[in-house]
Design a protein around this ligand. Structure first.
Ligand SMILES: [Zn+2]
Length: 125
């Protein structure tokens, strides 16, 4: 029976795996496996770090507005100041008045997009 050609999963290598005993083998060598694992973890960490940094910037902007009692503001204005809607915690539904609104909570601030006007950020007290 002819064995299928296996290619090393390390993107920096991608050599053909010439000898393998198990069909589960994914890398040509231990060093390739370690290298790829390390690279993947570093990339995942970089994403988490970028996300946390973005959330910190977002938090400061929201907090500043809240402290100044500016509770309604255009999203585009926030974005000009560095707010990045890609860096938000998971949305939660809050009941405001009688409507369920998608909100984001970072530390002590809760905010969301105005359901009637998705270009506006509302900060809840
Ligand atoms: Zn390899």
């Amino acid at each position: 029976m002819k064995r299928p050609i296996k290619i090393c999963k390390n993107p920096d290598c991608q050599d053909e795996i010439l000898e393998y005993k198990s069909s589960k083998r994914e890398y040509c060598s231990d060093s390739c496996r370690n290298q790829h694992g390390h690279k993947r973890r570093t990339e995942e960490n970089a994403e988490i770090i970028a996300h946390n940094k973005g959330m910190t910037v977002n938090y400061k902007l929201i907090k500043f507005h809240k402290d100044c009692n500016i509770l309604f503001e255009e999203l585009s204005k926030f974005e000009k100041m560095g707010f990045n809607p890609n860096y938000l915690p998971e949305a939660k539904l809050y009941i405001v008045g009688n409507v369920k609104v998608k909100c984001y909570k970072i530390k002590d601030v809760i905010f969301g997009l105005n359901p009637q006007n998705t270009n506006q950020i509302i900060i809840y007290k």
